[in-house]
Design a protein around this ligand. Structure first.
Ligand SMILES: *Cc1c(COP(=O)(O)O)cnc(C)c1O
Length: 239
């Protein structure tokens, strides 16, 4: 990876943040993983200007996480084309058509209705869409994510759709939750791999954010989604 030798001053803090995150992820990987196992660092871009996002991309953080369809559509033409983009926010069925051609993965599949719409549009384009199933453990406050009881039934139904490929699970546990919640999600991920190995071969467990990514890695995450610790505090309140 080619590194800029000198960061523009205004983005110097992003460079410092990237170094710190890489160090911490590297240390956690050394402690909890076999040599060579990869852990991806995703830049979560909500409210962040494309110039800053592109700076992170130029430093090798080439995986971007998008929460809101509208915001992504307004920014995507400004993004460096070498970036991969995953949808990580709740996705309404009627919005799939806007993003189907311009994302590499949808991490927030949590209903058969949504999966069917992705199937319909991916099939029409002759493409396979990679997806994660979003599981909701320990967070009764949000409506997104499927319960652990319903997970395997949904996974079976989704695995029958020819233009979706289940790559694993995504979770947004409550901030400050203990390691036991991450461990429970990891258990579900391992069970998913045993459900129907001919059709479902999970390789991605997306969990861990700015405040808990090391804990998530300890419990099996291999894709951490970092916003605040990378770009600084967000400028406006989330809705
Ligand atoms: C905002 C967000 C993140 C990143 O949160 P930070 O605490 O700022 O790192 C990760 N995942 C999802 C789904 C998010 O909405």
């Amino acid at each position: 990876m080619e590194q800029l030798t000198k960061a523009p001053n205004e983005f110097g803090y992003i460079l410092d943040n990237i170094k710190e995150i890489r160090d911490r992820v590297g240390n956690a990987a050394a402690k909890y993983r076999k040599p060579g196992d990869r852990i991806d660092i995703m830049a979560v871009t909500k409210t962040v200007e494309p110039e800053k996002v592109n700076f992170a991309v130029s430093q090798g953080i080439t995986l971007l996480g998008e929460n809101r369809v509208q915001e992504y559509l307004s920014k995507k033409d400004s993004y460096d084309s070498s970036a991969s983009v995953h949808i990580i926010g709740h996705l309404q069925t009627n919005k799939v058509k806007y993003i189907i051609d311009c994302v590499d993965m949808i991490q927030s599949v949590d209903s058969l209705k949504l999966a069917n719409e992705i199937e319909r549009l991916a099939s029409a384009r002759g493409k396979i869409m990679d997806i994660l199933i979003e599981v909701n453990i320990g967070d009764e406050a949000t409506k997104s994510g499927i319960s652990s009881e319903e997970l395997f039934e949904l996974a079976k139904r989704v695995s029958e759709l020819e233009h979706l490929r289940i790559r694993g699970l995504m979770a947004i546990p409550p901030i400050g939750c203990g390691g036991d919640v991450f461990a429970a999600i990891h258990e579900l991920y391992l069970k998913l791999g045993e459900l129907d190995p001919a059709r479902i071969r999970p390789d991605t467990l997306s969990m861990g954010m700015s405040g808990d990514y090391e804990l998530a890695i300890e419990h099996g995450s291999n894709l951490v989604r970092i916003g605040t610790k990378l770009f600084g505090a967000r400028k406006y309140l989330e809705v």
